[in-house]
Design a protein. Structure first.
Length: 140
């Protein structure tokens, strides 16, 4: 991880219910952490010597988007220009499934153009991430 040149952001549909927004952020974060464990800091001890598992060592701003903005972002992230970024998406298909087998079957039958993205996370070169998200506001 190069904290000077790398950046991580999430863009989540601000029109979703709060519970779905929270679930989307959790899924994106877990998946991104699996792909890039180096963004997690080491475990730490508090003043009474209790252990606390390492958390992200870099900021992860959550930006506000909507269905159209996220769809356009996802489309751009499929292009060669942004192939070096790690991209995690979470869609209506994923949200509607009760288990991973169900998800793999449903996603395999769904064309990308028919996916409604709830959120997307990207990690990699700061200039590229900023090119895509630099003018977006924080989700509040």
């Amino acid at each position: 991880m190069d904290s000077q040149n790398d950046k991580c952001v999430m863009v989540i549909d601000e029109n979703l219910p709060l519970g779905i927004i929270a679930n989307t952020a959790a899924v994106l974060g877990i998946t991104l952490g699996k792909q890039h464990p180096e963004i997690l800091g080491p475990d730490v001890l508090d003043g009474t010597m209790n252990n606390h598992l390492g958390i992200t060592a870099i900021p992860v701003p959550i930006l506000k988007g909507n269905v159209q903005i996220i769809k356009e972002l996802r489309s751009r992230l499929y292009t060669e220009e942004f192939q070096q970024l790690t991209v995690v998406d979470f869609s209506d298909v994923a949200q509607s499934c009760n288990d991973y087998e169900d998800f793999t079957q449903k996603i395999g039958r769904t064309d990308e153009e028919n996916l409604q993205y709830f959120g997307i996370a990207m990690y990699g070169n700061k200039k590229q991430v900023n090119k895509l998200t630099g003018s977006m506001g924080l989700l509040r």
